[in-house]
Design a protein around this ligand. Sequence first.
Ligand code: SF4
Length: 413
Amino acid sequence: MGYFQINKDNMQKIFIKTFGCTLNQKDSEEITKNIAIETKIENITKKDKLIVNTCGVKEQTQTKIINFLKKIKKKVSEKNIYVCGCLVDIDILSIKEVLPNAKYFKVKEIKKLQKEIRTVKKIKTKQKKTEIIIISNGCLGNCAYCAVKFARGKLKSKPINKILKEINSALKNGAKEILLTSQDNACYGFDINTNIVELLKEITKIKKEFKIRNGMGNPQYIKLFLKELIQIYKNEKIYKFLHIPIQSGNNKVLKEMNRYYTIEEVEYIIQEFRKEIPDITIATDIIVGYPTEDNDQFIDTLKFIKKIKPKIINISRFGQRKNIEANKYVDLKGNIKKQRSREITKICEKIVYEENKKYIGKTLDVFINQKGKNNTFTGRTNNYITVVTKNKCTLYKMKKLKIKNCSTYYLIA
Ligand code: SF4
């Protein structure tokens, strides 16, 4: 247990609350490595310490974090609250309004925070079976709606041998799944004269049984080594999962977002992947209600989604963020964004459900990676679709399962 001895019967604990993406999850793991940490925030008391790892990607997330902090400051003394993560870099004033006396750490000050909380008793953190590996920080983009770049900065890739060392150590300690993550995996290595294809080639050479999920990558870089990426994706270790954020189905809106690709290029990338790996799962991100998006351009996005039929679609409504370029435009009314978000969500849920229905009656290889409630097990197919089953399974082993039914978000065996 991570305790800080005040006196015999009054132990201080360290709690952590993490918001945001896989990268932030990993940062939280790094911050709390080898110290025992509590995550059940409801158990926190006035004397305990609390780390809040924030996210600044969306207006809605910022509001959620501010509301959380307003509530939690009634339970913990402010001097014991440590706030870190992207929102500290993006809009620290909005947090300081609530917690003027808390301690603040920018994204690049994780090590300083680690030192600050290293007062507690050390333990050996248990190796996770699903290991997140950060391959780079920052990006090469200049997306007009994005505030993350203010926190994560310019692309800084980790050398391949360092990544291999981290992966080998995780595998040696029992990891079975490797999630490669960054802001943009597709521009990995551009600053150190290599790329994601070279990295995947090296990782797939590791002579152990494990699965790799390649994280999000932008189309303008994927198109530069498309054939090579498709080839390496055929390796059995790699989940047939391509996360390619599109953001809009209209080229004029993409230009105004500073997204440097066209819809035709995205369609070509997906077609080429599907030619070689027919059942690949396409995951994408869409922003609705971008200030310059008129109704016809929104319909272009709907048409494009219906055409490419992604199996996973993350939808967000545009929101103004501090200092982003898109603030130069007049924001659309909230009800327009809401109506568009509802409309596209309905269409996307229908597409995903229809796609999932195609698996009913099929027997699939499923990598079981979680024990669920009520004696259920959860796993991932080779193309990274979630399967839930009540069949008896062995964790972290492949299992052949016959799909009996499905929902919008998972298959049932
Ligand atoms: S690629 Fe664009 S959206 Fe992604 S972090 Fe960079 S600037 Fe933001």
